[in-house]
Design a protein around this ligand. Sequence first.
Ligand code: CS2
Length: 496
Amino acid sequence: MKLNTKNITKVAYFSATSAKVELPLYDRAGINQGIVHIGVGGFHRAHLALYMEKLFNAGKAQQWGICGVGLRADDQKIAEALKQQDYLYTLYELKEAEDKAQVIGSIVDFILAVKEPQRLIEKLVDADTRIVSLTITEGGYCIDDNTGLFNPLLPQVIADINDPDNPKTAFGYLALALKLRRDAGTKPFTVMSCDNLPNNGKVTRQVMLSFTQLIDPELSDWIATNVSFPSAMVDRITPATSDAHRKQLLDVTGIDDIWPVVCEPFTQWVIEDDFCNGRPPWEEVGVQFTDNVAAFEEMKIGLLNGSHLSMALLGVLYGLDFAHQTMQYSALQAFVRDYMDRDVTPKLTVIANVDFSEYKDTLISRFSNPIICDQLQRIGSDASSKFPKFILPTLQWLLENNQPIDRVAMIIAAWMLYLKGTDEQDRSYSIPDPKADVLLAALAKPGHKVTNFLALQEVFGNQLSNNSNVVEAVEKQLENLKTQGVNGTLALMGYR
Ligand code: CS2
């Protein structure tokens, strides 16, 4: 049965008779919109939207309903799917023998910016909008990974600088809305990043201030004084929804959802309590507030996202499709665990009441969950934006501390071979990376391949291609991978 408001009682019937399905326990008509969320992908729908759902189910925070926003033309698909379902969708938590389907109602509206730019501006300017949250991917922050600073030379940024009243980027919309709020005497909203960037709040602030300096320095100063940008560590593995997932949901629960979200049972959100215009009482639904969020982010991004990217590049090259398969492959699991233990952990800041060994055990068991079928293709996507945030800080630490870099060199070498688009079983795959052309051009250049690849400053900064230790280490692993394959190279490193 199709999911929408009218059918929801039938879902209730199914839930009583077949599988366990939770439904909204509140009247959605009583929910006002207080959060605008830009980037309504699976992750948002499995994370922030669920924390809000829990509050609404407890009869709280009714002024904090979510209005979703899509900035990319491609977001039309999610806009249409949600609209047809009155913005309801199913969150399908997958765990062996314990699936849980929950119909979520916390998103109550959706604006597709390319279709309704004016409505989006009005929504952002509305005094009821008190938080704007972002999941715009690591690349969406327009950071020059070489300098770590905002890059004003990207074409979309130049377009917004030249025509700030007709923005296209997230920062263009936020700047215009904040200016209109300031002029109208309306309190600003908090800008809350939910992306996997080290110091995501500080980065968002820096991007916002640099961007507005270029269009309106006074506005920039006003934002610096009045707008808050809390940093957060967000965590929940959310695979891309596949047709198999849709069918499974239909078979098990009877719910015919155009775009359900599948996720693992684990969820975590650690955030700074820095909100200039109020916030929902998230601490009541398991969110952890701390002044020490940078250490949590460093831990999560280094251990989880860094390992993920390594598993994806090596796993795809070897011929695997899903994260859990990389954990079933004992040599690769041992490599990943060693990467966590010997390369990432030594640089982490100790966190009170967090045991890194336990955290890593949990990660291995989360990665091993076979039911979610998390696609390596998803995890390896946009590697050019992920590598500088997820792995480069680890490599820099190893170099500064004269530690062996053979595992990171292996990851870089695997990436170079992965970019060929053919795995060791001769199967071809696509490279989902907006900078794929740049990466491939570097590899196609005449001369020394490793040096040319490491000379990509926007990915590796400006130090690595001149560092003969790094060049040699990558060269060695590349040679090993070419002659011995992933398995042979792991064996040479002692992983079986
Ligand atoms: C993954 C993340 O795509 C990726 O880079 O590592 O989406 C990961 O699943 C989440 O950060 C988990 O919280």
